[in-house]
Design a protein around this ligand. Structure first.
Ligand code: NAD
Length: 357
Protein backbone atom coordinates (compact mmCIF):
# COMPACT_ATOMS: atom_id res chain seq x y z
CA UNK A 1 0.00 0.00 0.00
CA UNK A 2 1.36 3.45 -0.93
CA UNK A 3 2.49 5.75 1.87
CA UNK A 4 -0.05 8.42 1.01
CA UNK A 5 -2.90 5.96 1.39
CA UNK A 6 -1.84 5.06 4.92
CA UNK A 7 -1.67 8.73 5.91
CA UNK A 8 -5.07 9.31 4.37
CA UNK A 9 -6.41 6.49 6.54
CA UNK A 10 -4.70 7.88 9.64
CA UNK A 11 -6.30 11.25 8.92
CA UNK A 12 -9.83 9.94 8.38
CA UNK A 13 -10.49 9.34 12.09
CA UNK A 14 -7.51 11.32 13.38
CA UNK A 15 -5.31 8.36 14.43
CA UNK A 16 -2.11 9.40 16.19
CA UNK A 17 0.27 6.63 15.27
CA UNK A 18 0.54 3.29 13.56
CA UNK A 19 3.48 0.97 14.20
CA UNK A 20 4.45 -1.90 11.89
CA UNK A 21 6.43 -4.61 13.65
CA UNK A 22 8.38 -7.18 11.64
CA UNK A 23 10.70 -9.95 12.79
CA UNK A 24 11.88 -12.56 10.30
CA UNK A 25 13.29 -14.97 12.88
CA UNK A 26 9.97 -15.50 14.73
CA UNK A 27 7.72 -14.70 11.77
CA UNK A 28 6.09 -11.84 13.67
CA UNK A 29 4.09 -9.41 11.57
CA UNK A 30 2.13 -7.09 13.84
CA UNK A 31 0.45 -3.71 13.58
CA UNK A 32 -0.17 -1.50 16.60
CA UNK A 33 -2.63 1.35 16.03
CA UNK A 34 -2.82 4.16 18.57
CA UNK A 35 -5.93 6.21 17.95
CA UNK A 36 -6.04 8.82 20.70
CA UNK A 37 -4.09 9.33 23.92
CA UNK A 38 -5.66 12.56 25.22
CA UNK A 39 -7.13 10.80 28.26
CA UNK A 40 -4.22 8.45 28.91
CA UNK A 41 -2.19 5.63 27.37
CA UNK A 42 -3.92 3.71 24.62
CA UNK A 43 -5.17 0.37 25.93
CA UNK A 44 -6.52 -2.40 23.74
CA UNK A 45 -6.03 -6.12 23.24
CA UNK A 46 -3.91 -7.98 20.72
CA UNK A 47 -5.85 -10.01 18.19
CA UNK A 48 -4.28 -12.78 16.10
CA UNK A 49 -6.11 -13.18 12.80
CA UNK A 50 -5.38 -14.72 9.43
CA UNK A 51 -6.23 -11.63 7.35
CA UNK A 52 -6.47 -12.22 3.62
CA UNK A 53 -4.32 -9.16 2.94
CA UNK A 54 -2.44 -6.35 4.70
CA UNK A 55 -5.06 -3.71 3.88
CA UNK A 56 -7.68 -5.78 5.72
CA UNK A 57 -5.43 -6.00 8.80
CA UNK A 58 -4.76 -2.25 8.77
CA UNK A 59 -8.44 -1.51 8.39
CA UNK A 60 -9.37 -3.80 11.29
CA UNK A 61 -6.76 -2.48 13.71
CA UNK A 62 -7.69 1.13 12.95
CA UNK A 63 -11.42 0.47 13.39
CA UNK A 64 -10.87 -1.45 16.64
CA UNK A 65 -8.46 1.10 18.13
CA UNK A 66 -10.95 3.93 17.53
CA UNK A 67 -13.64 1.86 19.25
CA UNK A 68 -11.39 1.57 22.32
CA UNK A 69 -11.07 5.37 22.51
CA UNK A 70 -14.86 5.70 22.75
CA UNK A 71 -15.22 2.86 25.25
CA UNK A 72 -12.60 4.30 27.61
CA UNK A 73 -13.91 7.86 27.30
CA UNK A 74 -17.57 7.01 27.98
CA UNK A 75 -16.53 4.90 30.99
CA UNK A 76 -14.73 7.82 32.63
CA UNK A 77 -11.36 6.05 32.50
CA UNK A 78 -8.05 7.85 32.09
CA UNK A 79 -7.21 5.77 29.07
CA UNK A 80 -6.91 6.34 25.37
CA UNK A 81 -7.71 3.95 22.55
CA UNK A 82 -5.35 1.54 20.81
CA UNK A 83 -5.29 -2.02 19.52
CA UNK A 84 -2.85 -4.48 17.98
CA UNK A 85 -3.18 -7.24 15.43
CA UNK A 86 -0.75 -10.04 14.70
CA UNK A 87 -1.17 -11.40 11.17
CA UNK A 88 -1.37 -15.17 10.74
CA UNK A 89 -3.12 -18.38 11.72
CA UNK A 90 -3.10 -18.50 15.54
CA UNK A 91 -2.88 -22.30 15.58
CA UNK A 92 0.32 -22.18 13.51
CA UNK A 93 2.25 -18.99 14.29
CA UNK A 94 1.99 -18.48 18.06
CA UNK A 95 5.17 -19.36 19.95
CA UNK A 96 6.83 -18.11 23.11
CA UNK A 97 9.46 -16.35 20.98
CA UNK A 98 6.89 -14.61 18.77
CA UNK A 99 4.84 -13.35 21.72
CA UNK A 100 7.98 -12.17 23.54
CA UNK A 101 9.22 -10.38 20.42
CA UNK A 102 5.85 -8.68 20.22
CA UNK A 103 6.29 -7.74 23.90
CA UNK A 104 9.58 -6.04 23.04
CA UNK A 105 7.84 -3.91 20.39
CA UNK A 106 5.24 -2.94 23.01
CA UNK A 107 8.05 -2.08 25.44
CA UNK A 108 9.62 0.20 22.82
CA UNK A 109 6.51 2.38 22.93
CA UNK A 110 7.34 3.23 26.57
CA UNK A 111 3.82 2.85 27.91
CA UNK A 112 2.00 4.82 25.23
CA UNK A 113 0.36 1.49 24.35
CA UNK A 114 -0.81 -1.10 26.89
CA UNK A 115 -1.77 -4.49 25.55
CA UNK A 116 -4.12 -7.25 26.75
CA UNK A 117 -5.62 -10.48 25.46
CA UNK A 118 -8.21 -10.51 22.69
CA UNK A 119 -9.48 -12.88 20.00
CA UNK A 120 -7.01 -15.79 19.61
CA UNK A 121 -4.68 -14.64 22.40
CA UNK A 122 -4.72 -16.09 25.90
CA UNK A 123 -3.58 -15.26 29.40
CA UNK A 124 -0.59 -17.52 28.74
CA UNK A 125 0.37 -15.40 25.70
CA UNK A 126 0.18 -12.29 27.88
CA UNK A 127 2.49 -13.94 30.39
CA UNK A 128 5.07 -14.24 27.57
CA UNK A 129 4.50 -10.60 26.59
CA UNK A 130 4.96 -9.68 30.25
CA UNK A 131 8.44 -11.25 30.23
CA UNK A 132 9.50 -8.36 27.96
CA UNK A 133 7.29 -5.46 29.08
CA UNK A 134 5.30 -4.20 32.04
CA UNK A 135 2.80 -2.59 29.68
CA UNK A 136 0.39 -5.50 29.63
CA UNK A 137 -2.83 -6.18 31.56
CA UNK A 138 -5.25 -9.09 31.81
CA UNK A 139 -2.79 -11.23 33.72
CA UNK A 140 -3.95 -14.07 35.99
CA UNK A 141 -4.80 -13.29 39.61
CA UNK A 142 -1.81 -15.38 40.68
CA UNK A 143 0.42 -12.80 38.96
CA UNK A 144 -1.31 -9.81 40.58
CA UNK A 145 -3.71 -9.33 37.67
CA UNK A 146 -7.48 -9.05 37.63
CA UNK A 147 -8.12 -12.48 36.12
CA UNK A 148 -11.08 -13.20 33.86
CA UNK A 149 -12.90 -9.88 33.17
CA UNK A 150 -16.18 -11.56 32.08
CA UNK A 151 -17.97 -11.36 35.48
CA UNK A 152 -17.38 -7.58 35.61
CA UNK A 153 -18.48 -7.24 31.97
CA UNK A 154 -21.67 -9.15 32.79
CA UNK A 155 -22.29 -6.93 35.82
CA UNK A 156 -21.97 -3.80 33.66
CA UNK A 157 -24.42 -5.22 31.10
CA UNK A 158 -26.80 -6.03 33.96
CA UNK A 159 -26.53 -2.41 35.19
CA UNK A 160 -27.20 -1.07 31.67
CA UNK A 161 -30.21 -3.39 31.37
CA UNK A 162 -31.64 -2.28 34.72
CA UNK A 163 -31.23 1.41 33.83
CA UNK A 164 -33.02 0.76 30.52
CA UNK A 165 -35.85 -1.00 32.39
CA UNK A 166 -36.15 2.00 34.73
CA UNK A 167 -36.48 4.26 31.71
CA UNK A 168 -38.99 2.09 29.84
CA UNK A 169 -41.07 0.46 32.60
CA UNK A 170 -40.65 3.04 35.40
CA UNK A 171 -38.90 0.51 37.65
CA UNK A 172 -35.49 -1.10 37.34
CA UNK A 173 -36.74 -4.42 38.71
CA UNK A 174 -36.29 -7.28 36.26
CA UNK A 175 -38.37 -9.63 38.36
CA UNK A 176 -40.88 -11.42 36.12
CA UNK A 177 -39.46 -9.79 32.98
CA UNK A 178 -38.95 -12.04 29.97
CA UNK A 179 -35.32 -11.81 28.86
CA UNK A 180 -33.73 -13.49 25.82
CA UNK A 181 -29.95 -14.00 25.92
CA UNK A 182 -28.21 -14.90 22.65
CA UNK A 183 -24.90 -16.61 23.46
CA UNK A 184 -24.44 -18.00 26.95
CA UNK A 185 -20.64 -18.16 27.05
CA UNK A 186 -18.45 -16.40 29.58
CA UNK A 187 -20.36 -13.10 29.74
CA UNK A 188 -23.81 -14.43 28.83
CA UNK A 189 -23.50 -17.14 31.49
CA UNK A 190 -22.64 -14.70 34.28
CA UNK A 191 -25.43 -12.40 33.09
CA UNK A 192 -27.92 -15.26 33.39
CA UNK A 193 -26.91 -15.74 37.02
CA UNK A 194 -27.67 -12.08 37.86
CA UNK A 195 -30.99 -12.23 36.01
CA UNK A 196 -32.04 -15.53 37.57
CA UNK A 197 -31.28 -14.19 41.05
CA UNK A 198 -33.62 -11.29 40.37
CA UNK A 199 -36.44 -13.55 39.22
CA UNK A 200 -36.41 -12.92 35.48
CA UNK A 201 -37.86 -15.47 33.07
CA UNK A 202 -35.00 -16.61 30.81
CA UNK A 203 -34.82 -17.62 27.13
CA UNK A 204 -31.48 -18.69 25.70
CA UNK A 205 -29.86 -19.63 22.40
CA UNK A 206 -26.34 -20.84 21.63
CA UNK A 207 -24.58 -23.09 19.14
CA UNK A 208 -23.10 -25.05 22.03
CA UNK A 209 -25.70 -27.65 23.11
CA UNK A 210 -23.85 -28.49 26.35
CA UNK A 211 -24.04 -24.94 27.72
CA UNK A 212 -27.71 -24.73 26.76
CA UNK A 213 -28.42 -27.96 28.67
CA UNK A 214 -26.44 -26.66 31.64
CA UNK A 215 -28.44 -23.43 32.01
CA UNK A 216 -31.75 -25.14 31.27
CA UNK A 217 -31.17 -27.54 34.15
CA UNK A 218 -29.46 -25.20 36.65
CA UNK A 219 -31.46 -21.99 36.09
CA UNK A 220 -34.61 -23.29 34.39
CA UNK A 221 -33.85 -21.28 31.24
CA UNK A 222 -36.02 -21.95 28.16
CA UNK A 223 -33.95 -23.05 25.17
CA UNK A 224 -34.85 -21.60 21.77
CA UNK A 225 -33.50 -22.60 18.38
CA UNK A 226 -31.02 -20.31 16.58
CA UNK A 227 -32.67 -17.38 14.83
CA UNK A 228 -36.01 -17.85 16.64
CA UNK A 229 -34.55 -15.67 19.37
CA UNK A 230 -35.10 -12.50 17.31
CA UNK A 231 -38.86 -12.88 17.01
CA UNK A 232 -39.59 -13.83 20.64
CA UNK A 233 -42.23 -11.82 22.48
CA UNK A 234 -39.90 -10.73 25.30
CA UNK A 235 -39.18 -7.55 27.27
CA UNK A 236 -35.42 -7.57 26.75
CA UNK A 237 -33.10 -8.99 24.09
CA UNK A 238 -29.44 -9.37 25.14
CA UNK A 239 -27.03 -10.13 22.25
CA UNK A 240 -24.01 -11.74 23.92
CA UNK A 241 -22.49 -13.69 21.02
CA UNK A 242 -21.95 -11.91 17.72
CA UNK A 243 -21.63 -8.43 16.24
CA UNK A 244 -23.89 -6.96 13.52
CA UNK A 245 -27.00 -8.85 14.70
CA UNK A 246 -29.00 -5.61 14.65
CA UNK A 247 -29.49 -5.53 10.88
CA UNK A 248 -32.51 -4.96 8.59
CA UNK A 249 -33.70 -8.59 8.65
CA UNK A 250 -33.42 -9.12 12.41
CA UNK A 251 -34.78 -5.71 13.45
CA UNK A 252 -37.91 -6.43 11.38
CA UNK A 253 -38.59 -9.46 13.62
CA UNK A 254 -37.91 -7.89 17.03
CA UNK A 255 -40.79 -7.59 19.51
CA UNK A 256 -38.73 -6.60 22.57
CA UNK A 257 -38.81 -3.19 24.28
CA UNK A 258 -35.13 -3.11 25.23
CA UNK A 259 -31.85 -4.32 23.72
CA UNK A 260 -28.99 -4.58 26.21
CA UNK A 261 -26.17 -7.05 25.64
CA UNK A 262 -22.43 -7.61 25.71
CA UNK A 263 -21.53 -8.25 22.07
CA UNK A 264 -19.32 -5.66 20.38
CA UNK A 265 -20.58 -3.71 17.34
CA UNK A 266 -24.17 -4.96 17.54
CA UNK A 267 -25.48 -2.36 15.07
CA UNK A 268 -24.70 -3.59 11.55
CA UNK A 269 -24.56 0.06 10.43
CA UNK A 270 -24.66 2.63 13.20
CA UNK A 271 -26.21 5.44 11.17
CA UNK A 272 -28.91 3.18 9.72
CA UNK A 273 -29.79 0.73 12.48
CA UNK A 274 -29.45 3.12 15.44
CA UNK A 275 -32.27 5.31 14.03
CA UNK A 276 -34.19 2.19 12.86
CA UNK A 277 -34.45 0.90 16.45
CA UNK A 278 -35.49 4.33 17.69
CA UNK A 279 -38.22 4.56 15.04
CA UNK A 280 -39.48 1.14 16.09
CA UNK A 281 -39.73 2.32 19.73
CA UNK A 282 -37.01 -0.06 20.94
CA UNK A 283 -34.62 1.25 23.60
CA UNK A 284 -31.06 0.34 22.68
CA UNK A 285 -28.42 0.48 25.45
CA UNK A 286 -25.18 1.32 23.55
CA UNK A 287 -22.94 -1.75 23.47
CA UNK A 288 -19.61 0.03 23.94
CA UNK A 289 -20.96 1.65 27.11
CA UNK A 290 -22.61 -1.29 28.82
CA UNK A 291 -19.96 -3.90 27.91
CA UNK A 292 -17.10 -1.75 29.24
CA UNK A 293 -16.82 -3.77 32.48
CA UNK A 294 -13.95 -5.80 31.02
CA UNK A 295 -12.01 -2.64 30.19
CA UNK A 296 -12.83 -1.23 33.62
CA UNK A 297 -11.42 -4.40 35.16
CA UNK A 298 -8.12 -4.22 33.25
CA UNK A 299 -7.85 -0.49 33.93
CA UNK A 300 -7.93 -1.35 37.62
CA UNK A 301 -5.04 -3.69 36.97
CA UNK A 302 -3.12 -0.84 35.35
CA UNK A 303 -3.52 1.40 38.42
CA UNK A 304 -3.29 -1.37 41.08
CA UNK A 305 -5.98 -4.03 41.07
CA UNK A 306 -8.93 -3.74 43.41
CA UNK A 307 -11.97 -5.90 42.65
CA UNK A 308 -14.40 -3.79 44.70
CA UNK A 309 -13.40 -0.62 42.84
CA UNK A 310 -13.83 -2.42 39.53
CA UNK A 311 -17.41 -3.40 40.42
CA UNK A 312 -18.16 0.09 41.76
CA UNK A 313 -16.97 1.64 38.50
CA UNK A 314 -19.01 -0.88 36.51
CA UNK A 315 -22.06 0.06 38.59
CA UNK A 316 -21.69 3.62 37.28
CA UNK A 317 -22.79 2.26 33.87
CA UNK A 318 -26.33 2.44 35.33
CA UNK A 319 -26.17 6.26 35.74
CA UNK A 320 -24.52 6.89 32.38
CA UNK A 321 -27.10 4.71 30.60
CA UNK A 322 -29.95 6.65 32.23
CA UNK A 323 -28.38 9.95 31.22
CA UNK A 324 -27.98 8.80 27.60
CA UNK A 325 -31.57 7.57 27.39
CA UNK A 326 -32.80 10.89 28.76
CA UNK A 327 -30.81 12.95 26.24
CA UNK A 328 -31.85 10.60 23.41
CA UNK A 329 -35.53 11.12 24.23
CA UNK A 330 -35.33 14.88 24.65
CA UNK A 331 -33.11 15.56 21.63
CA UNK A 332 -34.54 12.78 19.44
CA UNK A 333 -31.11 11.40 18.62
CA UNK A 334 -30.48 7.65 18.64
CA UNK A 335 -28.72 6.35 21.75
CA UNK A 336 -25.49 5.20 20.06
CA UNK A 337 -24.96 8.69 18.65
CA UNK A 338 -25.71 10.32 22.03
CA UNK A 339 -23.14 8.02 23.67
CA UNK A 340 -20.55 8.84 21.02
CA UNK A 341 -21.17 12.57 21.44
CA UNK A 342 -20.71 12.24 25.20
CA UNK A 343 -17.41 10.38 24.75
CA UNK A 344 -16.14 12.97 22.26
CA UNK A 345 -17.14 15.80 24.60
CA UNK A 346 -15.15 14.28 27.46
CA UNK A 347 -12.05 13.96 25.27
CA UNK A 348 -12.44 17.53 24.04
CA UNK A 349 -13.02 18.92 27.57
CA UNK A 350 -10.06 17.08 29.05
CA UNK A 351 -7.75 18.07 26.17
CA UNK A 352 -8.28 21.70 27.19
CA UNK A 353 -6.92 21.03 30.69
CA UNK A 354 -3.47 20.88 29.19
CA UNK A 355 -3.70 24.27 27.50
CA UNK A 356 -2.01 25.94 30.49
CA UNK A 357 1.13 24.66 32.17
P1 NAD B 1 -17.63 -16.54 24.64
O1 NAD B 1 -16.91 -17.07 23.45
O2 NAD B 1 -17.31 -17.08 25.98
O3 NAD B 1 -19.21 -16.68 24.45
C1 NAD B 1 -19.85 -16.52 23.23
C2 NAD B 1 -20.96 -17.56 23.16
O4 NAD B 1 -21.72 -17.30 21.98
C3 NAD B 1 -20.44 -18.99 23.07
O5 NAD B 1 -21.10 -19.81 24.02
C4 NAD B 1 -20.77 -19.41 21.63
O6 NAD B 1 -21.03 -20.78 21.51
C5 NAD B 1 -22.00 -18.56 21.37
N1 NAD B 1 -22.31 -18.36 19.96
C6 NAD B 1 -21.47 -18.28 18.90
N2 NAD B 1 -22.16 -18.13 17.76
C7 NAD B 1 -23.47 -18.11 18.11
C8 NAD B 1 -24.68 -17.97 17.38
N3 NAD B 1 -24.68 -17.84 16.06
N4 NAD B 1 -25.84 -17.97 18.08
C9 NAD B 1 -25.87 -18.11 19.43
N5 NAD B 1 -24.74 -18.27 20.16
C10 NAD B 1 -23.57 -18.26 19.51
O7 NAD B 1 -17.40 -14.94 24.59
P2 NAD B 1 -17.66 -13.89 25.75
O8 NAD B 1 -16.38 -13.54 26.39
O9 NAD B 1 -18.83 -14.33 26.58
O10 NAD B 1 -18.09 -12.61 24.90
C11 NAD B 1 -19.37 -12.51 24.32
C12 NAD B 1 -19.47 -11.24 23.50
O11 NAD B 1 -19.22 -10.11 24.34
C13 NAD B 1 -18.42 -11.16 22.39
O12 NAD B 1 -19.01 -10.47 21.30
C14 NAD B 1 -17.32 -10.31 22.99
O13 NAD B 1 -16.59 -9.60 22.00
C15 NAD B 1 -18.12 -9.35 23.84
N6 NAD B 1 -17.36 -8.82 24.99
C16 NAD B 1 -16.81 -9.65 25.91
C17 NAD B 1 -16.11 -9.14 27.00
C18 NAD B 1 -15.53 -10.02 28.07
O14 NAD B 1 -15.17 -9.52 29.15
N7 NAD B 1 -15.41 -11.32 27.86
C19 NAD B 1 -15.99 -7.74 27.14
C20 NAD B 1 -16.58 -6.91 26.19
C21 NAD B 1 -17.27 -7.46 25.11
Amino acid sequence: MAEQEIFTQLGTYDHEQIVFCNDNSTGLKAIIAIHNTVLGPGLGGTRVWNYSNEAEAINDVMRLSRGMTYKAAISGLNLGGAKAVIIGDASKIKTEALMRKFGRFVENLNGKYITAEDVNTTTRDMEYVNMETQHVVGLPESMGGGGDPSPVTAYGVYMGMKASAKNVFGSDSLSGKKIAVQGVGKVGGHLLEFLHKEGASLFISDINQDTLKHYASTLGANVVNGDEIYGLDVDVFAPCALGAVLNDANIAQLKCSIIAGAANNQLAEETVHGPALMNKGITYAPDFLINAGGLINVYQEHIGYNKETAYRQAQHIYDVTLEILKVSASEKIHTQKVAMNLAEKRISDISKLKSTY
